[in-house]
Design a protein. Structure first.
Length: 273
């Protein structure tokens, strides 16, 4: 039975509300609500607490992941111009991160899910174009930060074949160095947190540097302009390189990657000083 957002809000505000399958389905249906209190504080927070509890079952995990990986969740209105659909996609991703964190400790998902997850996440990354962070009146959209949280958990998951995640790493570099949007809400830090997990699980520094160099080199070899797009590209790239430089240096003092990143930054400085 369908319930309105107000009815759902009132139900979730009650103490000791038990999340039944019917209530779970309603919470998933409204997960992209434009009401930040309902979306962030009631639906997501209550679900996250429940998922990490001992009462959460494999059946519920399967239901949530099935929703997330459907056209109603992570792929909701993905190729349309709907400017509010990103909230459904983004909070579906954030919910998936919690399920995967629980599953890493207490396996509940099936082999088919593990097999398709990397491809589904990459498909989402290749098609998401709404990169906004804080949206006036509606709160956090933060699609890139939230999918980065998924990758941070998935890359650490014992069922993840980490060596196969290189296309996702390259795609995240492409997104974070886009000229179409200026990232100002710490998205690069969330992505780098996922990358640090990948480094710990043997994704080579050569993979990261090759991706970074491929993103930087093409626009260093063309005439300098100060268009809005080029300025976005410059700022995004510098903040990504600077943040990654320090995170790697702090984690691994023997790595040659910081020196390579520094060389890229020096080249940018020479071009744009």
């Amino acid at each position: 039975m369908y319930v309105t957002e107000q009815q759902l809000k009132e139900q979730l505000q009650q103490e000791n509300t038990v999340i039944s399958q019917e209530l779970l389905e309603q919470m998933l249906y409204h997960i992209g609500s434009l009401d930040p209190v309902l979306r962030d504080e009631l639906i997501f927070s209550r679900l996250a607490e429940w998922i990490m509890s001992e009462t959460f079952t494999a059946a519920s995990a399967k239901l949530i992941v099935s929703f997330v990986l459907s056209s109603d969740g992570l792929f909701y209105q993905l190729t349309t111009s709907d400017e509010t659909a990103v909230f459904t996609r983004s909070f579906s991703a954030l919910l998936l991160a919690v399920v995967l964190e629980k599953d890493a400790a207490t396996p509940q998902l099936d082999e088919t899910t593990y097999e398709q997850l990397s491809d589904q996440l990459l498909m989402y990354l290749n098609n998401e174009t709404d990169f906004r962070g804080q949206v006036p009146s509606y709160g956090w959209a933060h699609s890139i930060a939230h999918i980065a949280d998924v990758y941070q958990v998935w890359l650490a998951h014992p069922r993840c074949r980490v060596a196969e995640q290189q296309p996702a790493i390259i795609r995240l570099i492409e997104i974070l160095t886009t000229p179409e949007y200026h990232f100002i809400d710490e998205e690069h830090e969330r992505v780098i947190s996922a990358w640090m997990v990948a480094r710990e699980r043997d994704i080579s520094d050569e993979t990261f540097f090759a991706g970074l160099e491929s993103a930087v080199k093409p626009w260093l070899d063309v005439p300098m302009t100060w268009s809005e797009e080029r300025f976005n590209l410059l700022r995004n790239t510098k903040q990504l390189l600077q943040a990654f430089y320090f995170r790697v240096k702090w984690q691994d003092k023997m790595s040659a990657l910081p020196e390579q990143i520094e060389h890229l930054l020096f080249q940018i400085h020479q071009q744009y000083q």
